[in-house]
Design a protein around this ligand. Sequence first.
Ligand SMILES: [Fe+2]
Length: 375
Amino acid sequence: MAPALIETPVQIAPGYTKSGVGQYKEAFITGPKTYKEDVELKGTDKQPPAKYPHYLPTWTEKKYPPLEPFEHYEHGKDADRAFPNLLKNATVAELTGNIGAEIKGVQLSELNNAGKDELALFVAQKKVVAFRDQNFADIPIEDAVKLGGYFGRHHIHPISGAPAGFPEVHLVHRGADDTTARDFFDERTNSVSIHSDVTYENQPPGTTFLYILDGPAAGGDTLFVNQAAAYQRLSPEFRRRLHGLQAVHSAVEQASNSQTKGGIVRREPVQSIHPVVRTHPATGEKALFVNPQFTRRIVGYKKEESDFLLNFLYDHIAKGHDIQARVKWAAGTVVVWDNRVTAHSALLDWDDGTRRHLARITPQGERPYETPFEG
Ligand SMILES: [Fe+2]
């Protein structure tokens, strides 16, 4: 692994408050104060009970210590580049010309280790892959967790609810008859909040799994951006300027937002400093690594300078519909993305109270590093 840029994340003192900077926007935080377990288990007049009750969220008061550094092993580096294990029975359809694929004919839960290595590399190349007709949601949670653990140490999310006994499973849950969509749009014009997951961690996630348990027939797609293509679209001179820059990523606003909404904070929020351009350990690709949810400022720049540059990059990423793909969910779908070279956004575009319930398994990767500008 390349040398570390910094040795430890920046620790935030307890009693954190909003920093007043950045563009943190979150429509999807739920917590114990708004959760209605009886409604989820029994359903309502309009909505059926949850299909996967053992995956419903629970919140405990347990506090977790700061994350310790660990040595990540990138299995994508060991993959056979012809993908003989992963794709031998697969039907692959590209989603767009430069990001995303949809695969049928592969059962993720049955991959051998060589197949898992190929999965890591294939996802790094495609950026995001939707695997259809999976049994992932139906196998025991411990088996899903075990599979994910092959790709890195499990991240335990600082604020999310989790299935009882499985804190490393991050839940995205919007309950039956939930009114968040209507409430949110009282205040905001859109729900798009592009980010890579938990980039405030010193070692953010790599190969990441999200699978659907319950959801609307239409609505709730997930939008993905190819951050390597976003980097390549910039001129050589502009790219050259980005190299060597570092940015602060912060968990403070997310934790503060959770507290405000009656949620939990399982681990004290941290900040980390990461390169603005990072290199993927298996493909060698360079990718932009900033996002408006968690990136706060460019190290060494004055506020106006930092805002100017970051806002340009955020616009570039958000407007690049020609480097983006939308994944439509269906029962049995598992979406795997490489969080190092993509950004994504949930889309809150249904308001009929249909439950949406997904689970994420989030193996952490290496500390982001950059390699020299190559023109
Ligand atoms: Fe996310």
